[in-house]
Design a protein around this ligand. Sequence first.
Ligand SMILES: [Zn+2]
Length: 319
Amino acid sequence: MVLLRVLASSRDAATQPGAPIFPYINQSNQLLIVSLLMAMQTLVTGKVQYTDKTVLELRVDKHLGKLRSCDTLWLGYILTYDDGSSETRMVPNLCKQRDCDHEPCMELRMSAEYEKVKILISSFRRDQVSHVTLTFGKNQVLDKHTLTRMKRLVKLFFRQIQYTRTYKAVIVYELKRQPNGLYHCHCHIALERSPHLDVIVRKWNKINGEKTRVDVIYNTSKMALIRYFARRLAFAGVGVPIGDYVLSMKGRQLMNTYGISRREITRAMISAAELSSSLVGTRNNCTKKTLVSTLFLGTMPKARGETIPPPLSEWDDFC
Ligand SMILES: [Zn+2]
């Protein structure tokens, strides 16, 4: 009862701005109490729409900051090797965001994703693989659960087809923007061996509760598919409005696997991480990587990537 009465008075306050609620408490404390009460009200009445929007806007701002600073700084690393020797390396601060369209950043992402997918698909024993495309019904508006829903349906699908045997698979989820602003949600699956087309269509339609499009290409080239998958992963957000990207794709895994050993997955992740750190070509017996400093070169460069690394002598002050 007490809580309800307090809430009621805070509602009154919202309708009459400026009216003192607790006349015996000073103004700054009153503000504090009102904001606490509003927070409680949000919890009790479930009005979280406003809070959600603010969080998204903050995330968009942060993401924009990352995109803008892509390739504008140099990062200095000291790499210490097994034999006690060490070297200083400088790498550009590429943002590695999947929607960044800065050329060197795109190249780096592509090579890292390519390496990852190659290790996973190379674990398939046959030289040729099956490429299955599953769609998720009509084109739709994205929300923050779109990807989760897609993954859940694919999980159900694999649970059903793996009833008799284990299928090795690498799955890439794609949210493809259409000219009308809606998204064509689908996934590409590389299968070591594929079930019969009829089985795939029947199970997939049953899971979706409606007829959805299914494409199957048997015996496709492994290398071509690896490249195709890597492109999907590296450029997933290019051309997608930033709000949609941050809401539904940023920070999410756009790939998962079935039937592939944990060891292979770890190996793929490690080599992709090594590649995407931009420290390509460093000896692999590196025991310690220390970020010593970031160096901003005078004023903002005219175009991204136009800066050249500072001479090593300048870095001595930081090391
Ligand atoms: Zn970038």
